[in-house]
Write a protein that binds this ligand. Structure first.
Ligand code: GMT
Length: 371
């Protein structure tokens, strides 16, 4: 098939999933055309089946806000016609599903019928999507998509609860490429971060409010009083400065490192002992799956789609959002030398259930129902 993939090209989870899916589809012999405003971060190689079309947004003095949706829709029309696409798959409803609807109507007027698949990723429903600024547009665009998927059963539930949806939403969970994400020997790095053999706690995210990074620092503050440990925070975003300030207030600067955005996150995850994800909302928790693939147990909140991934008492533990003491208790339990190896093995075993080889065929089957 000739498939157009529309996504955010940045470090966010939806862009990562879309890009990895496109790469895997290309390896399966499909021609995959990425349509985005920048080359996607994870599009780190090209082959004869991969193509990239940049959305150009021309500015004009009249535009305080250049109309990206229109530029994207026009680019979709162009690529569908000139690359003979069979299907458009858009990731993250806002504004991609709306642009796809526009493109579909334009093409229809020219006698071309192109099926549109929208994948819901999380905040496009649970945070931004339910905001009245976007809600009518999101609801309309989901209903106008030919096929809709969501990355967890909980996100599907919340979509039906929030919007009037007259469509079947198919759950296709996120996935992991175990060839890339696996435990690697990085002893020198571990020694550098934990010179006295301390335990290493880790977190990766875009440092938005929903991630509750402050909870991680507070959990670490208490864990460190019981077990010699260090905390590594990977990623960047709006909350980072405030979090650095919190570290200073709690006098934790010696033991916490912020290392910013990272391409090869799997190398660093390989040396972690526990991964923390206390998010307020999390439709799936791809970052936790990446950690689990590197044999790292997960201490998380019991929210959204996380329980569909992190199995309580097996691959880690689930606590109520904001219950720092429970997360401390669970972290200390997992870190016990007699428990840690079992939790690590369980985390890897669970990650294998989300192997890319098992999930990509589900998307291919879904496409076939629409074409
Ligand atoms: O909030 C983020 O981390 C970014 C966001 C995105 O769409 O880029 O992530 C969402 O999609 C990911 C991929 O499907 C999921 O793994 C994340 O759980 C989800 N984030 C939230 O629901 C907060």
């Amino acid at each position: 098939m000739n498939i157009g993939i529309v996504c955010y090209p940045t470090f966010g989870g939806s862009g990562v999933v879309a890009t990895e899916l496109g790469k895997a589809l290309a390896q399966n012999g499909h021609k995959v055309h990425f349509i985005t405003y920048n080359q996607p971060i994870r599009l780190d190689f090209f082959n004869e089946n991969l193509f990239y079309h940049e959305v150009n947004i021309s500015s004009y003095p009249l535009f305080q806000y250049p109309p990206y949706e229109s530029a994207l829709a026009s680019k979709m029309v162009d690529v569908v016609k000139n690359s003979n696409l069979d299907l458009l798959h858009v990731h993250y409803a806002i504004p991609h599903a709306t642009s796809a609807y526009l493109a579909k109507q334009i093409l229809k007027a020219e006698g071309i019928d192109i099926p549109v698949v929208t994948t819901l990723h999380g905040t496009d429903i649970t945070v931004v999507g339910k905001d009245s600024t976007y809600k009518p547009m999101v609801q309309f665009s989901i209903n106008e998509s030919d096929g809709v998927t969501s990355v967890s059963a909980d996100l599907r539930r919340e979509t039906y609860e929030t919007f009037k949806i007259d469509k079947e939403i198919e759950v296709i969970p996120n996935f992991i490429d175990l060839k890339r994400f696996h435990k690697q020997e990085r002893d020198h790095f571990k020694k550098f971060i934990c010179p006295e053999g301390e335990m290493l706690l880790m977190h990766t995210s875009n440092f938005r409010k929903v991630k509750r990074v402050g909870d991680i620092i507070r959990v670490f503050h208490k864990v460190r009083q019981e077990v010699p440990s260090k905390l590594l925070l990977i990623g960047d975003g709006p909350e980072r400065q405030e979090m650095e300030q919190l570290c200073r207030e709690l006098k934790l600067c010696e033991d916490i490192r912020f290392i910013g955005k990272l391409d090869a996150v799997e190398e660093v995850l390989s040396v972690a002992d526990v991964f923390l994800m206390p998010s307020e909302k999390e439709s799936f928790g791809l970052a936790a799956l990446e950690a689990m693939a590197c044999e790292v147990p997960v201490i998380s909140s019991n929210t959204g789609g996380i329980p569909e991934l992190n199995v309580h008492g097996v691959t880690g533990f689930l606590s109520e959002v904001g219950d720092i003491d429970d997360m401390v208790k669970n972290t200390l339990f997992v870190l016990k030398p007699e428990n840690l190896p079992t939790f690590k093995a369980n985390a890897l075993a669970r990650a294998k259930e989300f192997d890319i080889q098992q999930i990509v065929p589900q998307y291919e089957a879904f496409y076939r129902t629409l074409c």
